[in-house]
Design a protein around this ligand. Sequence first.
Ligand SMILES: *[C@@H]1O[C@H](CO)[C@@H](O)[C@H](O)[C@H]1NC(C)=O
Ligand SMILES: *[C@@H]1O[C@H](CO)[C@@H](O)[C@H](O)[C@H]1NC(C)=O
Length: 341
Amino acid sequence: MMDLQVVVACVIGFFYACIAFFGMLWRFIRRPLAFTKELFYRKKRNVPPACLNDPSLGSHGFIHLEEVRLHYVISGPEGAPLMLFLHGFPEFWYSWRYQIREFNKDYRVVAIDMRGYADSDKPKGVKNYTVEKLISDIRQIVPALGYEHCVLVSHDWGGALAWNFASYHPEMVSKLIVMNCPHGAAFQKFIRKSWKQFKMSWYMFFFQMPFLPELMFSINDYNAMKMIFTGSKGGVKSDSTNQDDIEAYKYAASRQGGMTGPINYYRAALRFPRIFGAMPKIEKPVLLIWGKPDMALSTELAELSRQYCNNIKIEYVENSSHWVQMDKPDEVNQLMRNFLK
Ligand SMILES: *[C@@H]1O[C@H](CO)[C@@H](O)[C@H](O)[C@H]1NC(C)=O
Ligand SMILES: *[C@@H]1O[C@H](CO)[C@@H](O)[C@H](O)[C@H]1NC(C)=O
């Protein structure tokens, strides 16, 4: 028996898929040749762009966990406290470049590619991307790096996992920093009553469809990456993300299976849902940094997250996109410094 929630979400997803499909059909009718070319055009990317091997960002390595091998970038003094970075969708470790350069002066800084992303393993099947599996990866990473606990820094989907992780494994988190991601319980409650948030979350329903979301991301050499990170609608507003950075995101997205792993996070979240309301309250100090206006998440969600923590500080960053850590790096780094003092 399929859950009613899954059926409803898939019907809504199908509606958005129809819009996407007819949009593509319209583009095809208007410019058949040019559109067909765009549909299949992918640049060959065999070598990582130079910015990914910038020594100031650290050295590259792989950690072997129970189920997957994850790629990470590490820097900072050995023996210093561990600062672990979890990126969001559709990103990879490189989204933390501005924080890595700042905090590797006094932390052992590790930014991972999460399961399904960039140079990490991409197991097949939606079931391999449940929140349980993703949290289990984090639980294994900390000791694998030789530590008992970390300062956990997270954004977007990484934030969703970090809220969970700090709740269920408080002994492994000394302090939690989340950027532009609400506590899961706040989101679950809010989307049911906020028409505005429901509309902002359209892509979460669309992602329930097979194949088409992956195609939309890859059309015309992953042009979606350029729109997402630097487009006029919700992209980074400052000049802190340039063409080389976009090339890096395209390179990451085009690795092996491309976008299926990352999109499977959304598919698994719906098909194997969790009751976030039952999560233990977070005891450790939390800093929630919220760049606004965010195209995907309503600002109310930040305040609504407060009730699930005992000790939380919320800092808003004005005139910032969803990609706050890249859009306003100096402000974000200062807020982090003040909190970590
Ligand atoms: C999960 O991934 C592993 C490794 O790729 C694979 O062997 C397994 O069949 C996958 N599980 C599911 C449910 O697809
Ligand atoms: C945000 O941007 C607007 C318009 O560009 C500007 O007037 C305002 O001062 C900015 N606010 C902050 C806090 O930077």
